[in-house]
Design a protein around this ligand. Structure first.
Ligand code: ATP
Ligand code: MG
Length: 775
């Protein structure tokens, strides 16, 4: 028996060894579902299945990467490299790129991120002269998204009186027209939004039987993690692709289905056994992640849900400490409690920051926690914010690059046509949009042929437009020969972007410059890395696709030690030794917006189950008696979820001292931070009404000096010129893993190191760009 199979219990092993036919692993949190999926892939490969024939779909790209690394350790990295593995979006974006011409799209189609979609929808609402308070672009986007995820095309929409009626009732009678215009404009711009990546894949597989046959034959084995959160569109893709060989393995936990609001359909997992013949069902019951207290407490919670598959979860782990429940007076107190508790745990047990996670229901809750962590000097990182690639300056650079490969890309064009300023005003841009619509041309084509277009602009403006066209065309020429890095470096200089950000001179401007530098570093790394990957081209198109689908989770290179802050939704599948679940208050968690029906409440309870089961050693539940929400101090009650946990697993900590802290009298709010490190000034609308305790931070804007800057704001980049790298050092590289430095040559900016990596052979890397961590 292979040694890695010994790292599985009997039930897990059975699931791993089940080679052919449809199968489902349905089991509670922490029972090794993801491990089974990972080892199963390794096992299949050991049985001689070609990695090219295995498709594995995960919930995040980070999860896919980690899985691949583990598989590489078992079967070797050269084999693992050829696995098709990633999120639905990233895998099918690749397939669409190969097949796009069948759908009338260029191979180099752009992927519009949510921001691009929002901008386009806002622009359409404006062009249609609609009231933007009635037609809210975010609502419209989520509506369009839900149509697409349910395969309701524009045509299907207009054939469905119920939908039309529903939108009319919602005072949005022109919803269908907006949908149509949005779809047309994306198509004309050669752009797909995130939902299109699934919708168009479905279209491809339905309309072209030969394409379906090709990918059915290719993906002889299909595996899906977190199957409980697949939406209808994803479900249909999996169904279609697995139809021929029926070697489909899905793993999931109905008790962790938490994305219904984004279209996930829990019935996909509940009905799996009806979808295929002779489905083998595997149940895993032993939890390896958490203490008995945590496992039992989580069981007692999920027991309250009516809609569920009955499952047993037990653990052989220690009893552990009871779950600590802590009440605070205000959200600021809550933050302080969490920060102090983390500090104590760290000191008492000598733990790294990365052992701790703070989970909340809504992003807005992070602020009071952040304040407290900063004051305690505890480094932290917030996940779920903008990805690096969505920052303004980065999107500016990327927009130029998007235009290079796809000049039809309307959102990219609108973004940079006058940035840096070239004297092309909004009126001119509006005229271009109108002409493009009238002539059925792209904006770029209109600009290119401006003389024969019905655009009424003066000759000065014409020249400016033509200059812009020439600029982009010159980049296109360069793209034929240069690599991604060289091109981007040239673009940032010649477009005027660098000059623009440099002249700014403010700290924000400096940060922007640093970010652009970081982007260029990443590109260099990409270029170097791609040379090693079998079927990668290292092309600009490939780089842009990677970044379009990147989330800030993917940015995490594990290179800094910080406490993780994130919403519970984002924490799915992850684990941390110490977990703090904050804001356990009625109307916040469960959310006021999700208490109207039993099924909504049950989804909130599942969310709580997910939160609690992230903890390995110790869980903390906190709530505050009053909290600032929407600018008002609101009294709150403890969440029903606390009461629902069997009391024997709880340790209800009563605060020793409950004080309402008067910020005017006490320096306490600044915790351990020396007073001279903090400057504060009354905020504009300070409200000092007598007798009404207000939350401290509302009254003061605390500006922290640089050395207290949260990790999430610092760019975390190692200064590689300062790298004291020596022959014999062990280093870690983002892409190639651990390696030993064999040789160092060159000097200054050209210093190169020859490194022998454990998985990936020997490489020569330019230290200026290689992301190396000395171990
Ligand atoms: P979730 O439902 O949260 O996604 P999961 O069922 O996917 O959880 P895994 O993440 O695969 O569970 O496993 C939970 C933890 O238990 C991991 O740290 C994993 O390495 C460990 N683990 C799983 N199976 C075993 C085993 N047989 N022996 C030792 N450790 C195990
Ligand atoms: Mg998992």
């Amino acid at each position: 028996m292979e040694t890695y199979l010994n790292q599985l219990n009997e039930a897990q092993k059975e699931a791993v060894l089940q080679q052919d036919g449809p199968m489902i692993v349905i089991a509670g949190a922490g029972s090794g579902k993801t491990r089974v999926l990972t080892y199963r892939i390794a096992y299949l490969m050991n049985q001689g299945v070609d990695p090219f024939n295995i498709l594995s779909l995960t919930f995040t790209n980070k999860a896919a990467r980690e899985m691949k690394e583990r598989i590489a350790q078992i079967v070797g990295s050269s084999e693992a490299k050829n696995l098709w593995m990633g999120t639905f979006h990233s895998v099918f974006a690749k397939i669409l790129r190969i097949e796009s011409d069948r759908l009338g799209y260029p191979n180099n189609f752009t992927i519009y991120d949510t921001q691009d979609s929002d901008r386009l929808i806002a622009s359409i609402i404006k062009e249609m002269n609609l009231d933007k308070d009635v037609y809210k672009y975010k609502q419209i986007r989520s509506r369009i998204s839900s149509y697409k995820n349910n395969l309701i095309t524009v045509k299907a929409y207009f054939q469905n009186p119920e939908l039309i009626e529903a939108d009319a009732m919602a005072r949005r009678p022109l919803m269908g027209d907006i949908y149509k215009t949005y779809v047309d404009r994306c198509f004309k711009a050669g752009a797909m939004d995130f939902d299109d990546l699934l919708l168009k894949t479905n279209e491809l597989l339905t309309r072209f039987p030969e394409v379906l046959a090709k990918y059915q034959n290719r993906f002889k084995y299909i595996l899906v993690d977190e199957y409980q959160d697949t939406n209808h569109s994803q479900y249909l893709i999996v169904r279609a692709l697995s139809d021929k060989f029926q070697n489909i393995c899905v793993v999931g936990d109905d008790a962790q289905s938490i994305y219904a609001f984004r279209g996930a359909n829990i019935n996909n997992i509940l009905n799996f056994q009806k979808d295929y013949d002779d489905v083998k069902v595997f149940r895993l019951e032993q939890n390896y992640r958490s203490t008995k207290n945590i496992v039992n407490a989580a069981n007692s919670i999920i027991d309250k849900n009516q809609t569920k598959l009955d499952k047993i979860v037990w653990t052989a782990n220690d009893e552990g400490t009871k779950i600590q429940v802590h009440r605070s007076l205000t959200d600021a107190d809550e933050g302080r409690y969490v920060a102090n508790s983390i500090f104590e745990n760290k000191m008492n047990n000598q733990l790294p920051n990365s052992d701790f996670a703070i989970l909340y229901r809504t992003n807005a809750q992070s602020r009071s926690i952040e304040d407290a962590l900063r004051k305690r000097d505890i480094p932290y990182r917030i996940y779920g914010g903008l990805s690096f690639y969505q920052r303004k300056e980065i999107k500016d650079v990327l927009s130029y690059l998007r235009l290079v490969i796809n000049p039809a890309d309307e959102e990219a064009l609108k973004r940079v046509i006058n940035f840096p300023a070239r004297g092309i005003g909004q009126t001119t841009i509006d005229k271009l949009i109108v002409a493009a619509n009238a002539e059925d041309k792209t904006m770029f084509e209109v600009m290119k042929n401006i003389d024969s277009m019905p655009v009424n602009v003066n000759s000065g403006t014409k020249t400016k437009l033509q200059n812009f066209v020439t600029l982009i065309e010159s980049y296109q020429v360069m793209n034929q020969k240069a690599d991604v890095f060289e091109l981007a470096e040239h673009v940032t200089r010649t477009s005027g972007l660098i000059k623009e950000f440099n002249k700014d001179g403010t700290p924000e401007g400096v940060t922007r410059m640093e970010n652009i530098e970081e982007l260029l570093n990443g590109m260099k790394d990409f270029v170097e890395g791609q040379k090693e990957v079998a079927d990668a081209t290292g092309s600009l198109a490939e780089f842009l696709e990677d970044v379009a689908l990147a989330t800030d989770l993917d940015q995490d290179k594990g290179d800094s030690d910080h406490v993780a802050l994130m919403t519970i939704h984002l924490a799915k599948g992850l684990e941390f030794p110490y977990v703090y679940i904050v804001g356990l208050e009625e109307d916040l968690f469960p959310s006021a917006m999700s208490m109207n029906t039993r099924s909504e409440l049950e989804e909130e309870r599942r969310l709580f189950y997910v939160a609690l089961t992230r903890a390995e050693k110790q869980a903390y539940l906190t709530y505050a008696l009053s909290r600032y929400r929407w600018g008002k101090l609101i009294d709150s009650e403890p969440s029903r979820f606390i009461e629902e946990i069997d009391e024997q697993y709880l340790d209800i900590v009563t605060p020793i001292e409950e004080r309402r802290i008067n910020p005017m009298l006490s320096a306490d709010i600044f915790g351990d931070v020396e007073p001279n490190k903090v400057r504060f000034k009354p905020a504009k609308q300070a409200n000092f009404k007598k007798g009404k305790p207000k939350k401290e931070q509302e009254k003061f804007q605390v500006s922290t000096p640089k050395n207290l800057k949260p990790v999430s704001e610092s760019n975390g980049k190692a200064n590689l010129f300062d790298n004291n790298l020596a022959v014999g050092n062990m280093v870690k590289h983002l892409r190639f893993g651990t390696g030993e430095v064999l040789k160092i040559e060159g000097s200054g900016a050209d210093t190169k190191a020859e490194i022998k990596f454990q998985h990936g052979g020997t490489k020569k890397l330019l230290l200026r760009f290689a992301k190396l961590e000395v171990l």
